[in-house]
Design a protein. Sequence first.
Length: 280
Amino acid sequence: MIHKARRFSIAFTVAIVLALSIVAIAAAITIVVDGIKEPTWGGSGGQVPGAVLDPNEAAIDDRYDIKVISYTNDALGSAPWGHLYFLFESYSNFDSIYPVATPQIIVCMDVDNKTSTGTTASGYCNDMAGIDRRIYFFPSLGTVTVQRWNGAAFVVVPQPSGGMRAVAYDDPSASGIADMPYIEGGVDLQSLGIINTATCIGNMQVAVYYDNGIIDGEDQIPDSGTFNMSCGNPTAVTLNSLQAQPVNTSPLLPLALVGGAAVILIGAVFFTRRSRKHTA
Ligand SMILES: [Ca+2]
Ligand SMILES: [Ca+2]
Ligand SMILES: [Ca+2]
Ligand SMILES: [Ca+2]
């Protein structure tokens, strides 16, 4: 009886530990929008943010020349349905004082991957088609605007209750010059029309335009066309880019772990049953 109780206890403990690990793996990355690149931008719990590399362009001031854009989202949850985060890394540290005009980063998104909905850009975002949402990040002002195409024009999307509009760069000396080459941004998914698993799709087309506010080249990311951004629940927008640095997509990993855990649990139960028979 003691052996049986011990074996059952071990199997039960294994089940609990595995269940807890699965919950941990399913938890999505949440980013603190403060302009500091936290370690989770490198991936956490099987989720790896997507990334698009962009070249150092001679015609663009390095302070506003994008090197890589990373992106991820946390769980859909409930309204305002989680958040989409961006990390913009430039070739030199962001300078909010130099440009006379306000630098702005425009993220154009075809959130339903249908060129028949939305509109076509002209002179920015590589003239991509099907834009349903535009996000404007103004890092020097610390403000963010989300716009949606209403069929005739872009209109501002009010921030929903509990929603997020955030952009930041790290400047502890308040000199106007970032101490690190990062700008972080965040927007609630509800503002982007991503409100359930049906609208959280795996192939949103995206292009980014960085207008530094001065008269020289502006940065297009990618240099032409769009990149592919995927959304998943509960794990995320990871995903792939059409650039040189495709990233690991994570949704399959939790599924594989769940499958593995199930096999181990079945094995534990079978072992316990066999042990009971042998000791009966
Ligand atoms: Ca951060
Ligand atoms: Ca660039
Ligand atoms: Ca569209
Ligand atoms: Ca570029």
